[in-house]
Design a binder for this molecule. Structure first.
Ligand code: MN3
Length: 212
């Protein structure tokens, strides 16, 4: 899929019922078909009068947001972020697995920095649950593979010349409210059963492409 203007709605990489019972089919329909589609449409709309930005990838736009024309900065932050964050969110999940744990270099780094996978999980869950209002909990890496856990409000993306997002946990109410109501904690804890560690570990292993 071309990652440039006009941006397209990324097809969901699995069936709408693939994340059951932890993320229900109805939530996925709304989240992907309605919420993500709106971010794609609004991003294209915001860029339509700026042909000089049409050959830039979404990553380039987000990393260089401060250098964009002032009038599009907020639209790129909100809607470009909305597209990037959701594409990564949907890509980084798959059908639930028992004993779902990271593998390879990412596993080693998690164990080294957080003591254990359990320690890491606890920290990422707490950051996600604790984000006040709408936003995300994130695992990010730098070029050298140093990990960090952060949170962002709204659709802000923790991305930069030295920071690459690996995991977004979407804690907007639209991500969980139909099934979990106010129980963000249960949704976040169940997210770990859906993490696609092959995909996330693959991003980590190939991070030099991102920092080129
Ligand atoms: Mn969302």
């Amino acid at each position: 899929m071309e990652n440039k203007y006009p941006f397209e709605l990324m097809p969901l990489p699995y069936g709408y019922d693939a994340l059951e019972p932890y993320i229900d089919e109805e939530t996925l329909h709304y989240h992907h078909d309605k919420h993500l589609k709106t971010y794609v449409d609004n991003l294209n709309n915001a860029l339509k009068d700026y042909p000089e930005l049409w050959d830039k990838s979404l990553t380039t736009l987000l990393v260089n947001i401060e250098e964009l024309p002032t009038a599009v900065q907020n639209a790129v932050r909100n809607n470009g972020g909305g597209v990037f964050n959701h594409n990564l969110y949907f890509s980084a999940m798959n059908s639930p697995k028992e004993n779902n744990e990271p593998i390879g270099a990412l596993k080693e780094r998690i164990d080294k920095q957080f003591g254990s996978f359990e320690g890491f999980k606890k920290e990422l869950a707490a950051k996600s649950i604790g984000q006040f209002g709408s936003g995300y909990g994130w695992l990010v890496t730098d070029k050298d593979g140093n990990l960090d856990i952060v949170s962002t409000p709204n659709q802000n993306t923790p991305i930069g010349r030295c920071i690459m997002p690996l995991i977004p946990i979407d804690v907007w109410e639209h991500a969980y409210y139909l099934k979990y109501k106010n129980m963000r904690k249960d949704y976040v804890e169940n997210w770990f059963k859906l993490a696609d560690w092959d995909y996330i570990g693959g991003l980590y292993d190939t991070r030099e492409n991102f920092f080129k």
